[in-house]
Unconditional design. Structure first.
Length: 99
């Protein structure tokens, strides 16, 4: 997925617009909207918040059925990076929006 918006919230809106235009499945827009209060963590510490794709899928399971590949596509498009924890494995480095 190629996004042209430069700010995080504009990228979320762009994904939602692509859903409304029928270019992406609805569940990808739901995922993007659910990340409004989060931001990519560019320098995660070992004890920083991290979510696996399965964690994200499980959080949204009551409202949509997301594949791990759809999650990876949205997360990557929004600028999230994978952090590989030696114990937990690959997870997305996230942080709460400070405001």
């Amino acid at each position: 997925m190629k996004l042209t918006a430069t700010t995080y919230l504009e990228r979320i809106n762009e994904i939602e617009d692509m859903v409304n235009e029928g270019k992406l499945p609805a569940q990808m827009g739901i995922l993007a909207a659910s990340l409004t209060n989060h931001r990519p963590d560019p320098n995660p510490e070992p004890d920083s918040e991290k979510l696996s794709s399965a964690d994200i899928r499980d959080r949204l399971a009551l409202v949509c059925d997301l594949s791990l590949n759809e999650i990876a596509e949205v997360m990557t498009a929004l600028g999230y990076r994978v952090y590989v924890d030696p114990i937990s494995g690959a997870e997305w480095a996230v942080r709460e929006n400070a405001g």
